[in-house]
Design a protein around this ligand. Structure first.
Ligand code: ATP
Ligand code: MG
Length: 430
């Protein structure tokens, strides 16, 4: 019923009723139009507040005010007898709807002559009654009229302003909730689009990245050979040689640039669902290390394997796992290079069965090591100790995400000036 009313008039105020809480209250419902959306706010208001307001009115000794609904049922208590929700035994004259105030004299049930003033509340079909015993009425009729006006104003304003401040608050809160929801769903849409895009780009970047790494090591090799030949005097410094060297610099620069781009795309797009394939680590690890073995040998780094013969197969995404291993190996190479230069660096990649259903893979280096305070942060995105342009600080956070996704863990042990070991634990078949 109230819903129909709200839709028709924009608001609805119920009569007072007790409800299951046995507390007199009424309902205000308001429809609000906002950006093509229609809100209906429904509030239950205990009458305590406005009852006090109306009931508290005193005029002279016997003057009082109360509210009746259209059927003559008390909506507030009457001081001189008359309880809320009971029917008023007297039938009162009331002004026609829309007209102002009616004043009259009428005998009440006890035979007492009362001076009455009645008016309909503007927003609700409640009759505001102000009455006073005739004998007590020192006041002129016009004063009573004045009072009725005042009370009706106070009462009406109180109800309406209460209703509106309440609904405004509720509307505000709902709008906020709606905005939060909308921005959340926008975020979700954006995130899923990004994920899609990222997945696509990552696949692409991944394919580009591997040959790029090979190009890079070949280029470094050419540079090394070139400078060896120059040093040994097998080729003489000439204009052509200078040009060749400049061209080599350019190639290296552009390779770096491509590598940076593909790397960041890879890291960006890593949230893709992993594919699950059976991986035999005995064959797979050497395949991956082979990709960087040239770079390692160019820099004089010894790259070794310690793979147990009896290692169970694992299930995982080979592309993602490869990214993890390459990231760890790149870090290790950086670490040994900054400690040893091109002589004395050593990296070992190992794998073994840990216990039932688990294997470990480790990457151990004898590089600069990590200080205890940095050790806490190495997996954090964008944590890097490398100069700007060299490291993004994403490598290890990417590793962490991938391994976690595979149901494994990645840990690090390190001693400054001695070396570092990254240990990956993964679920395995046997
Ligand atoms: N094997 C290691 N030895 C010493 N320090 C390491 C090693 N691996 C990582 N670190 C430290 O952890 C930091 C974070 O590594 P991470 O791979 O996340 O980022 P990055 O290598 O600096 O940059 P990016 O990998 O994005 O190019 C490194 O900057 C380095 O200080
Ligand atoms: Mg790194």
């Amino acid at each position: 019923k109230w819903f129909k009313e709200v839709m028709k008039r924009g608001y609805y105020i119920s009569d007072i009723f007790l409800g299951f809480r046995r507390v007199p209250h009424f309902i205000i419902a308001i429809a609000k139009e906002e950006q093509e959306k229609r809100w209906v706010i429904r509030a239950t208001i205990d009458t305590y507040l406005f009852s006090n307001l109306v009931e508290g009115v005193r005029i002279g000794k016997t003057g009082e005010a109360y509210l009746l609904n259209a059927q003559g049922v008390f909506q507030t208590e009457r001081r001189s007898g008359g309880h809320i929700l009971e029917k008023d035994p007297e039938t009162l004259q009331s002004p026609a709807r829309g007209s102002e105030i009616k004043t009259f004299v009428q005998k009440d049930a006890r035979g007492e002559k009362y001076l009455y003033a009645t008016t309909w509340l503007r927003e609700k079909d409640w009759l505001l009654v102000v009455r006073q015993e005739r004998s007590d009425a020192f006041k002129t009729l016009s004063t009573a009229t004045y009072l009725v006006l005042l009370v009706s104003l106070v009462g009406g304003v109180a109800i309406i302003s209460l209703a509106f401040s309440l609904t405004a608050r509720i509307v505000g809160r709902m709008k906020q909730a709606d905005m939060d929801k909308r921005s959340l769903s926008e975020q979700l849409i954006r995130a899923s689009r990004l994920a899609e895009l990222g997945e696509m780009a990552a696949g692409f970047a991944h394919e580009i990245n591997n040959p790029l790494q090979i190009i890079r090591s070949e280029q470094t090799l050419i540079e090394t050979i070139l400078s060896d030949l120059k040093d040994s005097g097998q080729i003489k410094g000439s204009k052509d040689l200078v040009e060749l060297e400049e061209s080599m610099d350019q190639i290296r620069l552009q390779i770096d640039r491509c590598a940076r781009i593909t790397q960041s795309i890879l890291q960006f797009g890593r949230q893709s669902e992993p594919s699950f394939e059976e991986i035999d680590l005995r064959a797979w690890i050497p395949q991956v290390t082979a990709m960087i073995s040239k770079k390692a040998s160019v820099h004089g780094i010894k790259l070794g394997h310690e793979i147990s013969d009896h290692i169970p197969r694992i299930n995982g995404d080979p592309a993602q796992l490869q990214q993890v291993l390459i990231n760890l190996l790149n870090n290790a190479m950086d670490a040994v290079l900054s400690r040893h230069g091109t002589e004395g660096g050593e990296i070992i990649v190992g794998a073994a069965k840990k216990d039932k259903g688990r294997i470990v893979i480790w990457v151990k280096d004898n590089g600069i090591g990590i200080s205890p305070e940095n050790l806490k942060n190495v997996f954090r995105p964008f944590f890097t100790t490398k100069p700007p342009g060299k490291g993004t600080g994403l490598g290890l956070s990417v590793c962490y995400g991938i391994i976690e996704n595979m149901g494994g863990t990645i840990e690090v042990e390190s001693e400054k000036g001695v070396g570092t070991t990254f240990i990956i634990t993964l679920p395995a078949e046997g």
